[in-house]
Design a protein around this ligand. Structure first.
Ligand code: BDR
Ligand code: CA
Length: 321
């Protein structure tokens, strides 16, 4: 028998489920061209242990109960843990996480898992980072050549020309571990950032959400059941019913890069003062650096426009198929 064709994208997900993380996993689980190789759980929306338990639950619901989940580091590198249950619900899944998975997390840490897999499959794996970058920074400390072992990294994170969503300047995934974000952004990965500037366009309004709620599919049923706290929070801040699908949009862009256009810039993360966690880019068109980013770090790709209508259609299709 000929060998099975290999999937176009083999992905390790680092995630803090979290409602939109859960949706991103369900979206990816429905992509025929995507192999989810493993999941690392991160602190962020909830503590790491809760994120790991939720990742196991979501994979089970997606029929991917063979995919390992490794728990990551419990705290940011240099600041106390701050979580966002007021956005995602007491259990990170709107209070509706349901029974725990019968499975357990792996013995290794998320950072160890990522390094092991990257060494085993050099140049093959894409990392989809949907959470604070603590686990990725720790993986870099284990294996400084990680950027050469991974094919590509796609990160949901940062805010450049829009306000932050944790502070006036800082987006959650960079605000929850600025040192880790800074280490990852300067490390030399082939890295695409999908910042808040783009994910703010992935707005699921009440009509779109009702189409998911009415669908007779297990993924759609679960996705709808975890939404209450998340939709209430976004509806109150936007003044209209709906929510933003940050992480599913990053996943959709990872699967199909043509959903976005990109700019390339050096990016750094502010580590001090009241702008701590802000992502700064050097937008100058010339290379002589005066008063800019203080080293020769490689540029990263930043999604600059997005076809949110097509992306939202694909997310809808994936959850309801
Ligand atoms: C990011 O922070 C988390 O709340 C979401 O899951 C997403 O990854 C948005 O800023
Ligand atoms: Ca997330």
């Amino acid at each position: 028998m000929p060998p099975a064709p290999s999937p176009r994208l083999s992905v390790v997900i680092d995630t803090d489920p979290g409602v939109d993380d859960a949706w991103a996993i369900l979206f990816l689980a429905a992509q025929p061209d995507v192999e989810i190789v493993a999941v690392g759980a991160a602190h962020g929306n909830v503590p790491t242990a809760v994120a790991a338990a939720n990742a196991l639950r979501v994979l089970d619901i997606a029929g991917l109960d063979h995919i390992p989940v490794a728990a990551g580091h419990p705290t940011p590198l240099q600041q106390p843990l701050r979580t966002s249950e007021f956005v995602h619900g007491v259990d990170g899944l709107g209070g509706n996480a349901g029974p725990a998975s019968l499975r357990r997390t792996s013995q290794e840490s998320a950072a160890e898992q990522l390094v092991r897999l990257a060494r085993q499959r050099p140049g093959e794996l894409t990392l989809l980072a949907l959470a604070p970058l603590t686990n990725i920074a720790l993986a870099l400390r284990i294996e400084p050549n990680l950027p050469r072992y991974l094919r590509r990294v796609v990160c949901m994170g940062g805010a450049f020309r829009v306000p932050g969503n944790v502070t006036a300047w800082a987006e959650a995934n960079s605000a929850h571990d600025p040192e880790a974000a800074e280490e990852v952004l300067r490390a030399g990965f082939d890295l695409t950032l999908v910042p808040l500037d783009m994910t703010d366009h992935a707005w699921a309004d009440d009509i779109w959400l009702k189409r998911i709620a009415d669908a007779d599919a297990p993924a759609a049923r679960f996705a709808s059941s975890v939404l209450d706290t998340y939709v209430a929070l976004y509806s109150s801040t936007r003044g209209t019913v709906g929510c933003v699908l940050h992480d599913p949009l990053a996943a959709a862009i990872m699967v199909d890069e043509s959903l976005a256009t990109y700019e390339e810039h050096q990016v750094m993360v502010e580590l001090a003062g009241h702008t701590r966690g802000a992502t700064l880019l050097d937008a100058r068109k010339f290379t002589v650096s005066h008063g800019g980013i203080p080293d020769q770090r490689p540029p990263v790709r930043i999604a600059a426009t997005v076809d949110a209508v097509t992306a939202m259609d694909r997310i809808h299709h994936a959850l309801t198929a």
